[in-house]
Design a protein around this ligand. Sequence first.
Ligand SMILES: Nc1ncnc2c1ncn2[C@@H]1O[C@H](COP(=O)(O)OP(=O)(O)OP(=O)(O)O)[C@@H](O)[C@H]1O
Ligand SMILES: [Mg+2]
Length: 349
Amino acid sequence: MLTEIQLRNFRCFESLRVDFGPGYNFFIGQNGQGKTSILEAVCVLLRLQSQRSSTLAPLVRIGHSTFALAGRCHEHALEFRYGPLRRKLVFDHVEQPAPKEYLRLARVVSLANTDIELVRGSSEARRRFLDFLGSQIERSYRLTLRAYERALRSRNALLKSPQPKPRELAAYDSPLLEHGAKLSALRARLVEHLRPFAADAHREISGSVECLEMKYAPGNEEDFATDLARSRPQELRLRQTIVGPHRDDITLQVDEMAANQYASEGQQRTVALALKIAQARVFAAEEGAPPLLMVDDIFGELDPQRRNRLFSSLPREAQKLVTATSLAWHKGELSGCISEFIDGTLRTK
Ligand SMILES: Nc1ncnc2c1ncn2[C@@H]1O[C@H](COP(=O)(O)OP(=O)(O)OP(=O)(O)O)[C@@H](O)[C@H]1O
Ligand SMILES: [Mg+2]
């Protein structure tokens, strides 16, 4: 359990300390007060990545060059300092040269209104969804992903150079193929793992017999090497690698209809929630303990029936951080720790 976090020069906060209890922790406040930023600080402290931004630079408070986070989780002390030139990780007061030990401590799943992008947005959102989960479950996933991204960046840099030579390009093929094949296999396995959990969660939240089907759609043909060779003329023209796991996707169907094209907005939101709940259940199955759940601005938006179904779908024992602009919908159905922004200051009731 996360018990405490301290923020320094993080987003809109110069300095803030927040204490957490087990079960539900609510953060209530008007728009722009910093509710999502508190969740983001938790996500960055525990996982070294943000749930809403692909880079950490925008998280530094404007006018400053570094931010610092510190906290306690499962009785361990964590500290993360970020600057443009240096990151510092401290686990139980010992600076860590690599994130391996540090990242072992906690798992996070984030549910947010913007998750609908998982269904109707570009494939990048779906790859990020898989990578966020995969990197937390398996260290080899994170390493393979990094290695593939590095190979891709180098190859694309060469393709953008004035006259890339075929022999040079061939030298960049082999790391791309090697790490690409590994990444594809890891993602395919992950989707297979998620599939039954997502279908179950979808049935529970929609309260219907609608059937959610998800499938891994690789960004290259089965024989990656042949596909890469075949795409050569086109990639020389476009000056970038056009096949490979950086084009991977997940296809989502509700009752055999493509969810991005045919599902209603409410149905799309339900699919997105189901994917995130599946993520939490995969963690619970893999790790024997549920992840920390961050629920950003969702409950207030759902009709009471869906809200209740969502409540009962979330792992009971999980610690939950929930944000909302008001608790008017609450009607005494919840217990937990409630903190509210009053005149710009966070007060815990
Ligand atoms: N790097 C930064 N430096 C300073 N302020 C920032 C930075 N990034 C974001 N902000 C400000 O932080 C404030 C809080 O943002 P946040 O997204 O946490 O609000 P919120 O309470 O979740 O609002 P909403 O209810 O609209 O989702 C915003 O007003 C935003 O302008
Ligand atoms: Mg917000």
